[in-house]
Each structure stands twice: as structure tokens, then as C-alpha cells.
Design a binder for this molecule. Structure first.
Ligand SMILES: CC(C)(COP(=O)(O)OP(=O)(O)OC[C@H]1O[C@@H](n2cnc3c(N)ncnc32)[C@H](O)[C@@H]1OP(=O)(O)O)[C@@H](O)C(=O)NCCC(=O)NCCS
Length: 183
């Protein structure tokens, strides 16, 4: 597959809605039970985009959306503002072909350039595929919360993985730079 990673635009949102709906219905990455509709997904995209968080699309040679990834605040209290959480969703027909890794690599690079210092992955259902893509991009295990979700009739563990961005916590952040202006 010839892959292009670019900023997501509003025209991609129907495909985003459909990829996410499949993951909500059939998977454990998301702890939502009912898939959000296009209006809700548009609102979520706009909220992140307006604050400057990266929201990326992976498109194949036909222009179809193979997957998407974005960064968002892990928690909104201001001292957390140097930490972002990533989310990645790949169309089932495009999984296992390097799309997730390509998106996450670009997301890491964008977040580092913006001045963020840490990225956390919150891995619902301790998914092997999700842990593998994060490990492959240099994330390390940061903890496991046992029995923290209940979906599809099963208790789910939530795994945290973490990666430092740029100087991480080795230097003080530039308080004048984005993301210091967030929240
Ligand atoms: C998890 C997900 C994003 C991975 O994306 P992907 O495009 O399928 O993964 P890639 O092809 O880029 O693979 C990246 C690495 O993970 C490994 N991997 C991928 N799927 C795997 C699986 N099912 N089991 C074990 N390893 C797997 C690959 O071998 C590769 O390892 P390498 O770099 O050492 O060769 C994708 O499967 C997905 O969208 N799943 C449903 C939603 C989800 O779980 N999102 C994550 C939310 S935190």
C-alpha cells in the first residue's frame, strides 16, 4: 500500500466515524459502548483542532482513509499540559501493514515539535496489537489497572505505556511556548 500521512480535514470525518464505530462495536480499545455519530465526531475533532493538538490521517493510493491518529490532553488540570495521550484507529482491512506505526511515528514527531514532553498510551483491554505498535515506536510499560472496564461480557485491564518526547523531564519546559498556553 502506498501510504500518505497528512493532517486530517473535515472531509475525512465520515470515514473516521465509520472506522471508530467498528472499533466501538467490536473491540476493546474504546470503552464507549454506543458509537458516536458524525455530528459528535465532528465536535470532538473541532475541539482538539481548535486547541492545536495534531490530528492525522493515513490515506492509501486511492485517497481512502486507512486510519487516523490524534493527540489529546491526558487530563485537563494545567500541570498536566506537557503530557499528551495518543489515539490510533486503523480500518480493519488495513491493519498489520504498517499504517499504525507510520501514524504514531508522525504523531510523536509533531508532538515533540510542539513542545510536549511525554506521551501516554491508555490501552483498553490490554490489546496485544496496540501494545505492539507502541513498543515498536519506543514506548515502555508504565502500569496496568486490573478490571477497569467491562465490555462484551468481560472485565478488561487497562495498560499504560509511556514515551518521553525531546528532553522529557531532563530540562524545565519553555513556559512561553505551546503547549504552555493550553488550559
Ligand atoms: C492497534 C492498531 C492501531 C495497530 O495498527 P496496525 O496498522 O495494525 O499496526 P502495524 O501494522 O503498524 O504494526 C506495528 C507493529 O505492531 C505489530 N502488530 C500489529 N498487529 C499485531 C497483532 N495483532 N499482534 C501482535 N503484534 C502486532 C506489528 O508486527 C508491528 O511490529 P514491528 O514494528 O516490530 O514489526 C490497529 O490494529 C487498530 O486500529 N486496532 C483497533 C483499535 C486500537 O486498538 N487502537 C489502539 C488504541 S490505544
Amino acid at each position: 500500500m502506498q501510504l500518505k500521512i497528512r493532517d486530517l480535514n473535515p472531509g475525512d470525518l465520515p470515514s473516521v466515524t465509520s472506522i471508530y464505530a467498528e472499533a466501538v462495536k467490536n473491540g476493546t480499545a474504546s470503552y464507549e459502548i454506543v458509537a458516536p455519530d458524525l455530528a459528535e465526531m465532528t465536535g470532538r475533532y473541532q475541539a482538539l483542532h481548535s486547541k492545536g493538538y495534531p490530528y492525522l490521517a493515513a490515506v492509501d493510493e486511492t485517497g481512502a482513509l486507512a486510519g487516523y491518529a490524534y493527540a489529546s490532553a491526558f487530563r485537563t488540570r494545567p500541570a498536566y499540559r506537557w503530557l499528551v495521550e495518543d489515539s490510533i484507529y486503523i480500518d480493519p482491512s488495513a491493519r498489520g501493514r504498517g499504517v499504525g506505526k507510520a501514524l504514531l511515528s508522525e504523531l510523536l514527531s509533531r508532538c515533540e515539535s510542539l513542545g510536549f514532553r511525554q506521551m501516554v498510551a491508555v490501552i483498553g483491554g490490554a490489546s496485544e496489537a496496540s501494545m505492539a505498535v507502541h513498543r515498536s515506536c519506543g514506548f515502555e510499560l508504565a502500569g496496568r489497572l486490573v478490571g477497569t472496564g467491562f465490555k462484551h461480557g468481560l472485565w478488561l485491564d487497562t495498560v499504560f505505556m509511556q514515551k518521553s518526547l525531546g528532553p522529557g523531564n531532563a530540562t524545565t519546559p519553555d513556559l512561553a511556548a505551546f503547549p504552555g498556553t493550553l488550559a
